[in-house]
Design a binder for this molecule. Sequence first.
Ligand code: FCB
Length: 496
Amino acid sequence: MSRTSMRRRDFMRFALALGGNALLTQTALAEKLPGESVVGSPKGRIGEFPKGFLWGAATAAYQIEGATHVDGRGESIWDHYVGTPGKIKGSANAAVACDSYRRYAEDVAIAKRLGMQSYRYSIAWPRVQPQGSGIVNQKGLDYYRRLTDALLEDGIRPLPTLYHWDLPQPLEDAGGWPERDTAQRLADYARIVVDALGDRIDQWVIFNEPYIFTVLGYAQGIHAPGRKEPLAALRATHVANLAQGLVYRAIKASRPRAEVGSAYNVAPVVPATASAADRAAAERQDKFGNLWFVYPALKGHYPAGVLPSERQSELLGFRSGDEEIMRAPLDFIGLNYYSCSYVQEDAQALIPGLGTKSFEPKKRVSQEKTDFGWDIYPKGFYDIVTEMAGHTGRIPIEITENGAAYNIGPSADGGVHDAKRIAYARAHLLELSRAIRNGAPVRAYHHWSLLDNFEWSEGYTQRFGLIYVDFENGQKRLPKDSAAWYAKIIAENKVV
Ligand code: FCB
């Protein structure tokens, strides 16, 4: 018997021994046919979660690892971008971040102590292929093997994302995401990772939020690589869709039984005013923001009514046969939810969502905001999960991110009393349970984030963690009140 099958058996034994809130074991998940499961449970009470529901937290490589120059890692577009003056709050960088590259065992131990059953992390492409193509850096793969094994040993399901925004800089130098070749580069990298680690990982997430890295990175210029080229951004969305199909097939070619998903940022779209133009803009944005990367995968075509149909192919760089390349019958759908989005008609922009004009909505859905300034809108979680399930049918859904920034530090008594985060998460979990009761097949929830971390252009100014990280003081970890609260939710499998 191979080392891996031993490992899986140990994992199963561990999971079964837990009883009560039984885990969906790796094997059990893998054996379910897509859409067959899951857990949409009309019987449960609001606030109660179905048996087998998985609880966890999410992180991303660039936001927590640090060690950007260690063990042969190459440069990513984010390393390059943070080096540009004025781009990141406080001129911060991610050279150390949470130092998780060195402290991963401590982080896994924290997740275990909280009772987590799933951990979503990402694999940094520039650690595995420093140039974005060609030579493979074994030390990079070894790091993710160590991390994955630490999770398995603690009975935590590993859920890696292959691309959480850290494109190797050489690929950006060659044109980046608007360049068709980037899709094949991602598929080659995915094959390398899955060949190396697929014996211990049964679920893979292809992308984190393809809308964000294409639109904010290439049209709005507020994320790496910081380009303000709306037409290039549109082509980037198409290349990302091609990549989704190619990566899906690369993973299946290596591991036919692996489950493959992708994680999308979703938000109910609210028109800035009640005018017919703004309402029409909101309808378009719903399709662009929420469905642009889901339809091509599941249906092989783009949602109609976003781009002028007679120009769509030219604008996207769409070639005949691309329908088949983009198709990826995903085994599960990842949804990231934080808030709603507001949209105003923008005659200057090809699609309002590609525009950069700022505006103030006439009426907000809520007067309460997180410290990031995002409207707190728990009902939007119910609405969008229900809406997405309407599009994706019986395909299992995992909440791959949900959380809030509250910049609360240690009090005189040494504790971090983040009651606001607890209130946010509580309200959102109640709405999620309502969506499940209404039939949405949701099988997992990952809180964003395990740790305070490098929040992209916001640097270290927005703290999303269940665990406080003292960035001034050796990256010391300190559990917040929300961590203890979340551990209780996990133990009882219901909102307390
Ligand atoms: C999401 C990103 C994640 C984090 C949260 C706050 O859009 O996927 O990396 O930045 O927002």
